[in-house]
Write a protein that binds this ligand. Structure first.
Ligand code: HEC
Ligand code: HEC
Ligand code: HEC
Ligand code: HEC
Length: 382
C-alpha cells in the first residue's frame, strides 16, 4: 500500500490519504494492522525456565525444543526451524492458510503429504482465508479448518459459540493426529465435550497415545494449547458474559475515513490502552496488570509445584520399572495414574494465558493432577 501525504503548512499538520489497489479502504486498514503481528517477536525457552520439563517430557520432541509462542507473522518461520520432528505436512495445519486451502481442495490426504516437499509451497502465515474463507472484504467470519467445521459448526451457526471465538479455536485448541491417516482432529464433538475430563475419556476410549515413554513405559498424551476449551469451560466468567476473543485481543480502531474496524494485530490486552478501556467498563478503578499478574502468579507457582511432583513420580516409576520388583499389572496400574496426572497438569501448563482466561479451571486441573500423583506415589513398595 502507498501513502500519499501532504503538509498543511499553516496548521503544521500532515494529512495522509491511503492509496491501495483495492477500492475498499476498510480492508486496506485491516491489512496494515494485520502486518503489525510481526511486532510480537519475543519468545523464551520453557526448557530453560522450567528444567523439570526435560524429565517430564522424556522421549518426546518437547523435551528437546520448547519455546513460548509469538505473533502470527512468525508461524511459518517457527515451524520451519523447530528441532521437534515433523515428518508430515499435518504440522502445517495451524500455520498457514495455504495448507488449509490444500486440505479443502484435496481432502484429508493432504495431512499425510511429506512436510519437506509441501513446506516450500507455503507462503502466507495465518491469513484472511483462515478466519474468513474468501469473504474477507465483508469481514464475514467463517470456519475454514475441516475438523472444526465437523465438531462445532452447528454451535457456531446457532450462536452458542460466538464466531469470533470459534475462528480462533480452530488452532488455539487441543488436537491430535488420527492414527489411521494422520489427519488433524480435535478430541471433542461439541461444546459439551470441550473439557479436560471428556477429552481424556475420548483418548482413553480409543486407546490413543502420543508416545510411549521409554523409561516408564507409560502411554503418554501431550496436551497442546487448549485456549478455546479453557475460555469456554466451566468457571469462565467472561465467556458467560458473552465476551469474545476479539473483544480482548483485537482493538476497535477508526480508520482515516472514519470507519470503525477491529485491528488485526492480536495482542495482550495489557499492552493496549484501547483494550484496557474495554476492561474498565466492568473493572472500574482496577489496575488490570496487577489483577492479571496476580492470577497468573498464583497459577504458575502451583503449576511448578505440581510439575516438580510429577517429575518425581516419573523418576520413581522409571526406577520401579528397572528394579524388576513389580509385576506388569502393578506397573500398569501406576502408569495409568501417571498418564492421567500428566494430562491434567499439561492441560493447564500449555494453556497460553497462564490462568488469566479461567483460573477456576486451571486450578481444578492442577488439583486433579496432584491428587492423582499422590495416589500413584502411594502404590510404590517402600
Ligand atoms: C490458523 C491457525 C490460527 C488461528 C486461526 C489463530 N491463531 Fe493465534 N496463533 C497461532 C499459532 C500457531 C501461534 C504461535 C505462533 C508462533 O509462536 O510462531 C499463535 C499465536 C497467537 C498469539 C501470540 C501468542 C504469544 O504468546 O505471544 C495470540 C495473542 C493469538 N495467537 C491470538 C489469536 C486470536 C485472538 C485468534 C482469533 C482472532 C487467533 N489467534 C487465531 C495459530 C492461529
Ligand atoms: C485470526 C483470525 C483472523 C484473520 C487471520 C483475519 N481476520 Fe478479519 N476479522 C477477524 C475477526 C475476529 C473480526 C471481527 C469480527 C467481529 O467482531 O464481529 C474480523 C473482522 C474483519 C473485517 C470487518 C471489519 C472489522 O474489522 O470489524 C474485515 C474487513 C476483515 N476482518 C478483513 C480481513 C482481512 C483482509 C484479513 C487478511 C489480511 C483478515 N481479516 C484476517 C478475524 C480474522
Ligand atoms: C476477558 C478477556 C479475554 C478474552 C475474552 C480472551 N482472552 Fe486471551 N488473554 C487475556 C489475558 C488477560 C491474557 C494474558 C495476557 C498477558 O499475560 O499479558 C490472555 C492471553 C492469551 C494468549 C497468550 C498470549 C499473550 O499475549 O499473553 C493467547 C494466545 C490468548 N489469550 C488467546 C485467546 C483466545 C484464542 C481467546 C478466545 C478463545 C481468548 N484469548 C479470549 C484476556 C482474554
Ligand atoms: C462485561 C464485564 C467485564 C469485562 C468487559 C471484563 N471483565 Fe474481567 N471480570 C469480570 C467479572 C464480573 C469478573 C469476576 C470478578 C472479578 O474477579 O473481578 C472478572 C474477572 C476477571 C479476572 C479473573 C479471572 C479468573 O478466572 O480468575 C481477570 C484476570 C479479568 N477479569 C481480566 C479482564 C481483562 C484483562 C479485561 C479486558 C481485556 C476484562 N477482564 C474485561 C467482568 C468483566
Amino acid at each position: 500500500m502507498k501513502k500519499l501525504c501532504y503538509a498543511i503548512t499553516m496548521a503544521a499538520a500532515v494529512a495522509c490519504l491511503s492509496i491501495t489497489a483495492s477500492a475498499d479502504s476498510k480492508v486496506s486498514s485491516v491489512v496494515e494492522s494485520y502486518e503489525m503481528n510481526a511486532e510480537n517477536s519475543y519468545s523464551v525457552s520453557y526448557l530453560e525456565e522450567d528444567p523439570y520439563l526435560v524429565n517430564v517430557y522424556e522421549g518426546y520432541g518437547f523435551a528437546k525444543d520448547y519455546g513460548s509462542a509469538r505473533g502470527h507473522a512468525y508461524v511459518l518461520e517457527d515451524v520451519g526451524k523447530t528441532e521437534r520432528p515433523h515428518p508430515l505436512a499435518n504440522c502445517l495445519t495451524c500455520k498457514t492458510e495455504d495448507f488449509t486451502r490444500l486440505v479443502n481442495d484435496m481432502g484429508e490426504d493432504a495431512y499425510s503429504l511429506e512436510f519437506d516437499s509441501t513446506y516450500p509451497d507455503m507462503h502466507q502465515n495465518v491469513g484472511c482465508y483462515s478466519c474468513h474463507l474468501e469473504n474477507y472484504n465483508e469481514g464475514e467470519l467463517n470456519l475454514s479448518h475441516d475438523y472444526t467445521v465437523t465438531a462445532i459448526s452447528d454451535e457456531v451457526g446457532d450462536g452458542t459459540i460466538a464466531a469470533a471465538v470459534g475462528v480462533c479455536g480452530q488452532c488455539h485448541t487441543e488436537y491430535y493426529f488420527k492414527p489411521e491417516n494422520k489427519a488433524t482432529n480435535v478430541p471433542y464433538m461439541d461444546l459439551a465435550s470441550m473439557d479436560p475430563e471428556a477429552e481424556l475419556a475420548y483418548y482413553d476410549e480409543m486407546g490413543f497415545a502420543d508416545w510411549t515413554q521409554e523409561s516408564t513405559g507409560t502411554p503418554m498424551l501431550k496436551a497442546q494449547h487448549p485456549e478455546i476449551e479453557t475460555y469456554l469451560g466451566e468457571g469462565s466468567i467472561h465467556a458467560k458474559m458473552g465476551l469474545t476473543c476479539a473483544d480482548c485481543h483485537m482493538e476497535k480502531v477508526t480508520s482515516e475515513d472514519g470507519t470503525e474496524f477491529r485491528s488485526h494485530y492480536l495482542r495482550s490486552p495489557l499492552d493496549s490502552d484501547v483494550l484496557l478501556e474495554t476492561c474498565a467498563q466492568c473493572h472500574k478503578d482496577t489496575d488490570m496488570a496487577e489483577k492479571v499478574h496476580g492470577v497468573q502468579d498464583e497459577v504458575t507457582a502451583r503449576e511448578k509445584e505440581v510439575g516438580e511432583k510429577l517429575s518425581t513420580l516419573k523418576t520413581t516409576l522409571a526406577e520401579a520399572v528397572a528394579s524388576g520388583d513389580y509385576t506388569d499389572e502393578e506397573l500398569d496400574a501406576i502408569r495409568s495414574l501417571h498418564r492421567t496426572a500428566q494430562w491434567f497438569w499439561d492441560w493447564d501448563y500449555v494453556e497460553n494465558s497462564e490462568g488469566a482466561h479461567n483460573s477456576t479451571l486451571a486450578k481444578k486441573c492442577l488439583d486433579k493432577a496432584e491428587e492423582t500423583i499422590d495416589e500413584a506415589m502411594g502404590m510404590f513398595k517402600s
